[in-house]
Ligand binder design. Structure first.
Ligand code: NDP
Length: 331
């Protein structure tokens, strides 16, 4: 049984040396346990923060232990009445080809409702993050201008589409021509900015002649400084992620924001999707309906092979993915 361990805590951008592959025998399930075969592994930017030896909203990964995260797996053997052979489950599981567990915290999923991979993306963590951050903090209204950074990623593309459903004008910021074309042509974003090629501030001024009412921040750094310079009175700013900062060894010193927030009566609020756990069931139902009705589209970037999990993770920081980044491990 192959597994991927945290070999060392990275300084800056992780490298291949951050990870180590190990082998062990598969553990047969004993009474009350199940044996799972991993089918899909989700790689997510927040995992970078868990590689640091620092307490956060999730505890750090332990050195010389397998990394873990959102996984879809099939029950191969069951000694637990709650699970049957063939059941498909999702939950937080270790980066291993096979896992033996008591099944605690796992949720059964149904392929007849949505493709399995959707449960790691649009109907999973990233879809829910977009849903709650935008609707509960951003609260976009008709004809308002919503700007979203990381717009072609798993969270960002759902944010933009929900904002459009609510009648807002949507401006997306992303890092490649392919992504820009996709947002414009497939998702009908009103304006898109390639932050690697365009002058971000000048483009934002053109894109937002009436200012910015909602800024959904996935990336932080200078992109966010530019957007914030254009906020309107009563703007709402959900702070979802700061991917541009995750590999920095020292936090950047930034201008103080209190005068801006004060003079604009603006709301800036950080959130963790788990804050909204009580509402997940209804949110998944609504997101599922939007997906079935074709109102919310989603993309997945699926790489094959367990050996490619580290590369898939690293690709998040170079922007290799359009939509949700997943690794297919087995059939
Ligand atoms: P994405 O699918 O958006 O993948 C990450 C993307 O970030 C890349 O594709 C890349 O796109 C962009 N990126 C990478 N480095 C930079 C940089 N230096 N500056 C600007 N953009 C960069 O990931 P997710 O949708 O899973 O996550 C998006 C954000 O949401 C992350 O910050 C994540 O931490 C956060 N998040 C927060 C949650 C919460 O509960 N608060 C839950 C889940 C995610 P590009 O080509 O455009 O550069």
């Amino acid at each position: 049984n192959e597994k991927i361990m945290l070999a060392e805590r990275p300084k800056g951008l992780p490298t291949k040396d951050t990870f180590r592959f190990e082998n062990e025998d598969i553990k047969e399930p004993s009474e009350g346990e199940i044996l799972l075969k991993t089918l899909y592994i989700s790689v997510d930017p927040y995992m970078r923060s868990r590689m640091n030896d620092k307490e956060s909203y999730v505890p750090p990964f332990k050195l010389d232990e397998p990394l873990n995260g959102g996984i879809i797996a099939r029950v191969e053997k069951s000694q637990n009445d709650a699970f049957q052979e063939g059941d498909i489950v999702t939950g937080r599981l270790p980066w291993q080809r096979y896992t033996t567990t008591d099944g605690d915290g796992l949720q059964k999923i149904d392929e007849s409702i949505a493709p399995l991979t959707a449960y790691l993306g649009v109907l999973g963590l990233t879809g829910l993050t977009a849903y709650f951050g935008l609707l509960h903090i951003g609260e976009p209204k008709e004809n308002e201008t919503v700007v979203v950074s990381g717009a072609a990623g798993a969270v960002g593309m759902v944010v933009g589409q929900i904002a459009k459903l609510k009648g807002a004008r949507v401006v997306g910021i992303a890092g490649s021509k392919q992504k820009i074309d996709y947002l414009k042509e497939e998702l009908n974003f009103d304006y898109v900015i390639n932050y690697k090629e365009d002058n971000v501030l000048a483009s934002l001024k053109e894109a937002c002649p009436n200012g910015v009412d909602v800024y959904f921040d996935n990336v932080g750094g200078s992109i966010s400084d530019d957007v914030l310079s254009l906020i309107n009175k009563f703007a709402r700013i959900p702070i979802c992620g700061q991917i541009s900062q995750y590999n920095k060894e020292e936090a950047e010193r930034v201008p103080r924001l209190q005068p801006l927030l004060l003079t604009k009566s603006a709301l800036m609020k950080g959130f963790i999707v788990g804050d909204y756990a009580d509402g997940f069931k209804e949110a998944v139902e609504e997101l599922g309906k939007w997906v079935r009705d074709g109102k919310v589209k989603y993309e997945e970037n699926i790489i094959g092979g367990f050996e490619n999990v580290p590369d898939a993770f690293l690709g998040l920081f170079s922007g290799d993915n359009l939509g949700k980044q997943l690794v297919k491990v087995d059939e």
